[in-house]
Ligand binder design. Structure first.
Ligand code: 76U
Length: 471
């Protein structure tokens, strides 16, 4: 005899769901024997004082999920199921080590280089572009992710056109692969190089890329910088075949690679057939004191440069629209090996971006941001100089959205980090970017980002910084 508790007040749950859930539990607890016959629908309905329809609904659901089976003109029987430890199947509480940090950064002052200032992002124009994209591009939204695994063709056409004017990058839209982030694109890229390739990166350098390379167990060396960027002498000594560089604004040091070093680097790559340069041009839009130096890709006549670009700095990092531009030889390998991978970049984001660039909004936005950021950068440098006097040495402030600073202080880098956190300033030090684990600076060194630091917060931010470093 089955004993089920049914609440006729159906505000909470349909009666058939209540029967279904309780029967399912009884079956899983093995309170029914395998192949045991269930009461007929009519019988159970009478016992529970519910309609035959409700019982029928419950039985149909159990049947569909495979808890019971039906025998024609006989009735419903319980399936034979293995035991599962019900009480342990889902943990009731989350391990404290797994809880994600939800600390609100309200009242904090940010020297972070990780985000941009969303208050100057032209959301209204972005929305109109998105609206237009939705109206005009329904076909692309539906099937272009599979038809164009490298990203929507017309979007790549727009990007190619834009890059040729803005960065001197020469490419066909076919050479562009759009993706949801530079790291992901690198994962694809690495399949295009020879199996046993030796990779090299600048040190200090972009930790996320370093970890990606290490995670893939790739052979990897780091190469120190001199005042022009990656050292060519050491590059020649170490003899890698793939080198990752950030020539427009070395990350994190901020060194801008002069044309002389760019040419040396390109000539090095041309010496052997399997040598490639990965040029990460992540914040090239922002150059202050002089005109931007053309990209390595634009100077390269040997087709040895893979250009990585992103809209994370010039628009918003959360959009996750990045791209790589492959030399034709690597594009061939990409088509052979990777074309089964669908684009990881959201189609609506891509199409909105296309509208945003084609309508001239992007250019306008960059122009506006440059004005805003240069004002902040100047004021920040001025205020730091005034407050710290000879105790600060700054580097790499000619471009980008951050520079670095070393401080002459008896405090250690870890003490400063702790005090900065207590003073509610978001501040990143250079330790994690020293890739081999050897600290490369004589004094405590920090990244000072100003993209999220409005002019009226600078005095207060520098004051808090001074307190964390000296007082
Ligand atoms: C990106 C470098 C050197 C690419 C960067 C960044 O994936 O396209 C840095 C940190 O958004 P994606 O990556 C852009 N190459 O510094 C962007 N910077 C990171 C995100 F803000 C932060 O990890 O310290």
């Amino acid at each position: 005899m089955i004993s089920l508790t049914i609440q006729s007040d159906t505000k909470n749950e349909y009666i058939y769901r209540q029967i279904y859930k309780q029967l399912k539990k009884e079956i899983l607890l093995h309170h029914f024997l395998p192949n045991e016959k269930l009461p007929s629908k009519r019988e159970l309905a009478q016992t529970l004082h519910v309609s035959v329809n409700s019982v029928n609904g419950a039985y149909q659901q159990l049947l569909e999920e495979g808890y019971i089976y039906a025998v024609e003109r006989s009735g419903f029987y319980v399936e034979k199921l293995d035991t599962i430890p019900l009480s342990q199947s889902i943990s009731q509480s989350l391990d404290p080590d797994l809880v994600e940090e939800k600390e609100s950064k309200k009242d904090w002052i940010s020297f972070s280089h990780m985000s941009v200032d969303r208050s100057i992002f032209p959301f209204d124009s972005w929305f109109s572009c998105e609206h237009r994209a939705l109206r005009l591009s329904r076909l692309e939204l539906n099937d272009d992710s599979s038809r164009f695994p490298q990203g929507i063709y017309s979007v790549r056409k727009t990007i190619a056109r834009f890059l040729s004017v803005a960065r001197g990058v020469k490419c066909f839209p076919e050479q562009i692969v759009l993706g949801g982030g530079t790291q992901f694109l690198f994962y694809l890229l690495r399949h295009l190089f020879q199996e046993n390739s030796l990779y090299a990166m600048e040190n200090p350098g972009y930790r996320r890329m370093y970890e990606s390379l290490k995670m893939e167990s790739l052979r990897l060396k780091t190469i120190p910088l001199d005042n022009k960027g990656i050292s060519i002498d050491l590059l020649k000594q170490m003899n890698p075949n793939v080198v990752y560089v950030t020539p427009s604004h070395q990350f994190p040091s901020g060194v801008v690679m002069p044309i002389s070093r760019r040419i040396q680097l390109l000539n090095w790559a041309a010496e052997k057939d399997d040598r490639y340069i990965i040029e990460d041009d992540y914040d090239s839009e922002f150059k202050y004191e002089s005109d931007t130096i053309p990209s390595l890709q634009g100077l390269d006549s040997y087709e040895r440069v893979i250009y990585l670009g992103t809209f994370s700095k010039s628009l918003l990092p959360g959009l996750r629209i990045s791209y790589m531009i492959l030399p034709q030889q690597l594009l061939k390998r990409y088509r052979e090996k990777c074309s089964f991978i669908m684009s990881t970049s959201n189609a609506l984001g891509q199409l909105t971006l296309q509208q945003f660039i084609d309508s001239g909004e992007y250019r306008k936005h960059i122009k506006h941001m440059k004005q805003v950021y240069i004002e902040r950068q100047k004021k920040l440098i001025e205020t730091l100089k005034k407050r710290f006097d000879s105790a600060i040495t700054m580097h790499g402030a000619n471009a980008g959205l951050h520079f670095t600073a070393e401080f002459d202080t008896p405090r250690t880098i870890d003490e400063i980090a702790e005090r900065a956190h207590a003073a509610k300033i978001e501040l990143y030090n250079l330790k994690p970017y020293c890739l081999d684990g050897t600290y490369l600076y004589k004094r405590p060194a920090f990244i000072l980002g100003f993209a999220n630091l409005s002019v009226d917060k600078i005095e207060e931010g520098v004051e808090r910084l001074y307190h964390a470093i000296f007082e």
